[in-house]
Design a protein around this ligand. Structure first.
Ligand code: URA
Length: 427
């Protein structure tokens, strides 16, 4: 077999066999296929796509490229969640303790961010002392005794994805349903859970810019799950504007605590309640209605917050010490009217410039910086009224964040946070 023949086949819109896909993945990891050859194949896949069978074979080759975690020693159904990522997305920090407080076991492995803001692990590290690097035994022990653990991805899980993702990032080949679905699902399958809820973000601050592509990605991931006998439920949710009020690592932990204390942003709380409802429903095999009632109860009665405290204590964090810069500046509106949009991508770029994210793998994050939005979509704002507060440690052009807001005389119609919930019955 030869990589040039495989590239040529995909370039000519032909279907790659299981053996050809396996060869490309294995020989790339072994270093026998060069980056320039793999990026050529990736580009051909982006342009000419893959059919379902090719995507399954690609997922399987990636999954088999490394270690797989065995969670069978933990009794009960293990449920995992994933989000394709967006600005202000702190859902893991809230969902994990919330569903664990209802008896659903979550053994969560998360990543750091290489994007506008930090990933879940960076956010947790803004809590002083929080240990994200538990060994496998301690990780399992925490899930068995407390019901959940969140650690950084350890071991040699899907090394093919690590290498391929880094290449895709610099070769314009991230945006492909086949490549995204196989990347996400190979990692989910390797992490050992039984069932998955995946939040596919759609909009300006997301990888998927429109609903059609997002639906295709969701359907593809559900089909992959089915092939491995794993239930996958996909949410399609709005990422045209940031999720919640706080964007920036420590600030997002603070907002997560607000939601768990039943004092959170309404939109964010509504999304959390729905995601948690589906996780609890599939985790405990109960109806959606019953699960929703239990979720709402545990947000109100403090049990979800108590579970977060248990997780933080187990992992040596100090909940009293969450990074938040002491330097802050309020930004005021130049216009009066309804907030029609808050561009998620622009806000993401702004907090990145403040230091909340990385451009390179080894960059240091400033955990205490970010923004807290004072106004949301369809809120009315007066000229001179506060739009947001910026937490900073270095001076940049603070006023430019105003260009992320568009203000109009009319309210925006039909702003939805959850577009659709898709399970295997719908595809
Ligand atoms: N998230 C992933 O894990 N992989 C992708 O390809 C895109 C988003």
């Amino acid at each position: 077999m030869n990589i040039i023949d495989i590239i040529t086949k995909k370039k000519n819109k032909e279907i790659l066999s299981k053996e050809e896909i396996e060869y490309a993945i294995n020989e790339y990891i072994n270093g026998n296929i060069k980056d320039y050859q793999m990026s050529s194949l990736l580009m051909a896949i982006c342009i000419n796509k893959m059919n379902d069978e090719e995507i399954l074979n690609l997922t399987n080759s990636m999954l088999n490229s490394g270690e797989k975690i065995d969670l069978s020693s933990i009794p009960g159904i293990k449920v995992d969640k994933h989000s394709t990522g967006g600005i202000g997305d702190k859902t893991t920090l809230i969902l994990v303790p919330l569903v664990a407080s209802l008896g659903v076991k979550v053994a969560k492995m998360s990543g750091r961010g290489l994007g506008y803001t930090g990933g879940t692990i960076d956010k947790l590290e803004s809590i002083e002392g929080f240990n994200v690097a538990l060994d496998r035994k301690d990780f399992t022990h925490e899930v068995m005794t407390i019901g959940a653990s969140i650690v950084s991805q350890t071991g040699n899980l899907v090394p093919a994805d690590k290498k391929l993702y880094a290449l895709r990032d610099v070769s314009g080949t991230v945006e492909s349903v086949a490549l995204i679905a196989s990347s996400i699902m190979s990692k989910k399958l390797a992490s050992g859970a039984d069932k998955f809820v995946i939040d596919v973000k759609v909009g300006s601050g997301a990888l998927m810019k429109n609903l059609k592509d997002a639906k295709e990605l969701a359907a593809t991931m559900i089909k992959i799950g089915k092939n491995y006998n794993k239930e996958v439920i996909c949410f399609l949710t709005n990422m045209d504007f940031p999720l919640g009020s706080n964007i920036g690592n420590g600030l997002e932990v603070i907002e997560a605590i607000d939601v768990l204390q039943d004092n959170g942003d309404e939109n964010l709380t509504n999304l959390i309640v729905e995601l948690a409802t589906y996780m609890v429903s599939i985790g405990l095999n109960i109806s959606i209605e019953k699960a929703r009632k239990m979720v709402l109860e545990n947000l109100k009665n403090g049990k979800a917050y108590k579970k977060l405290v248990e997780i933080i204590n187990y992992q040596n964090g100090n909940i009293e010490k969450i990074a938040k810069s002491i330097n802050k500046i309020d930004i005021y509106s130049d216009n009066e009217g309804y907030i029609n949009s808050i561009d998620a991508l622009e806000v993401g770029k702004f907090v990145h410039e403040l230091g909340a994210g990385r451009s390179n793998k080894d960059d240091k994050i400033d955990y205490g910086v970010g923004v807290v939005l004072n106004k949301k979509i369809n809120d009315y704002v007066l000229k001179g009224e506060k739009l947001l507060t910026i937490y900073y440690n270095k001076i940049i052009d603070f006023e430019k964040i105003k260009s992320a807001f568009s203000i109009s005389k009319e309210k925006k119609e039909n702003v939805k946070l959850i577009y659709e919930i898709i399970n295997s019955n719908k595809i």
